[in-house]
Design a protein around this ligand. Structure first.
Ligand code: IMP
Length: 195
């Protein structure tokens, strides 16, 4: 029987991308992939740390401790250059609190007067915890957030983020293009060079 690699996320958009990167970078190809949806009554880790890296490791360690399976998790989000570390590790939480990504953008842009974009950086920390090793890799992509979403592809804040050297939002790109332009690509690239 093959060993199992647990993907410590229930976010469909993220899971699809993580599966792509595992293949693309030939990471743990001989393992059977399972997700947290296949675990019953395992609850959820409390992501209360102040950095993406710490939160990613909290997730991987939590599911590894419960299952004993090698676990890979990502913690991601964006930071507006002129807002300290905001929303940062709270990127998912503010969308939940305000009801949608568009509401988050409305709230952020309301603090800056009449402008249509803000410089920002998207981050992705990937943590892999196995029975004898731990990895933690941070990928980032600079760009800008725009106040009104454009494009229908992708997930989450994809319609609002235009990476440097592009004129398209992540949500306007074809899936292949976004997958190679993203913060998650950078994090998995670093991980693949370490294992
Ligand atoms: P996490 O699941 O706690 O890591 O939260 C990640 C947050 O950042 C969620 O609100 C996601 O929608 C958002 N996010 C992370 N990566 C991406 C991406 O590649 N595109 C768009 N939104 C993203």
């Amino acid at each position: 029987m093959k060993n199992k690699l647990l993907l410590g996320s229930s976010n469909k958009g993220k899971l699809n991308e993580i599966k792509f990167y595992l293949k693309y970078f030939s990471i743990y190809l001989d393992f059977d992939l399972i997700t947290t949806k296949e675990l019953n009554n395992f609850g959820e880790p409390i992501e209360d740390a102040l950095t993406f890296q710490e939160n990613a490791e909290i997730k991987s360690q939590y599911y590894f401790n419960l299952t004993g399976h090698a676990t890979i998790s990502d913690d991601s989000g964006f930071i507006i250059d002129d807002m300290g570390n905001y929303p940062g590790v709270k990127t998912a939480r503010v969308a939940k609190k305000l009801g949608s990504e568009q509401n988050v953008m409305n709230d952020i842009f309301s603090k800056f007067g009449n402008i249509s974009h803000l410089n920002a950086t998207f981050f992705c920390a990937v943590s892999l915890v196995t029975d004898n090793k731990k990895y933690n890799c941070l990928g980032k992509v600079k760009g800008k957030m725009i106040s009104q979403g454009i494009g229908n592809n992708g997930f989450g804040y994809d319609p609002y983020f235009i990476p440097e050297q592009s004129e398209k939002t992540f949500a306007e790109m074809q899936s292949d293009e976004k997958l190679k332009a993203s913060h998650r690509f950078q994090a998995f690239k670093i991980l693949s060079s370490q294992i």
